[in-house]
Design a protein around this ligand. Structure first.
Ligand code: FES
Length: 164
């Protein structure tokens, strides 16, 4: 291999590697934000005891695509699916709120609507105690609270995650 062909090979190799890295980054972003086609498929999920969930926290359960939250000692299983167009909503630890990256809807810890295009708060799955264990039933879905319902609204803990 002469010097020119080796240089061409290395130059093109970098281009291919860069294209693959770009494709991987795009796929990762798409996977994180793509709308969920449906809920969690009607499964029941044992999530632990109430004492496992500290007040003011949201714990994600990927197998059911929901969060278990402890909002002022009220426990909810909140669907990750945004009521607007179905994007997956992450919990922002710094603000203590759910912030949808797709179109900017924001919800408090209990999934109550704060702002953005969402027509309501985040939907909730059935949550019951089986002895000391909490069990979430994703076949039981209660539409999120209407806009304006803010029983559990508290000031943000800190800055929003969006744009961070
Ligand atoms: S999908 Fe969440 S705000 Fe549009």
């Amino acid at each position: 291999m002469n010097t020119n062909s080796r240089r061409d090979f290395l130059r093109n190799g970098w281009k291919v590697g860069g294209a693959l890295l770009g494709a991987a980054a795009a796929w990762t972003t798409y996977e994180a934000l793509r709308p969920l086609a449906s809920g969690a498929g009607g499964a029941t999920v044992k999530v632990g005891s109430a004492s496992d969930f500290a007040e003011g926290t949201a714990t994600y359960f990927p197998e059911g695509r929901f969060f278990v939250v402890n909002a002022q000692r009220h426990f909810f299983a909140i669907s990750q699916k945004c009521p607007h167009l179905g994007c997956r909503i992450p919990f922002c630890e710094s603000s203590g709120r759910f912030e949808c990256a797709c179109h900017g809807s924001v919800f408090d810890l209990a999934g109550e609507y704060i702002k953005g295009p969402s027509p309501r708060g985040m939907d909730r799955f059935g949550l019951q105690a089986d002895g000391t264990e909490l069990v979430v039933d994703t076949s039981v879905v209660t539409p999120g609270p209407d806009r304006g319902v803010q029983e559990f609204l508290t000031p943000p803990k800190g800055p929003e995650c969006k744009g961070a």
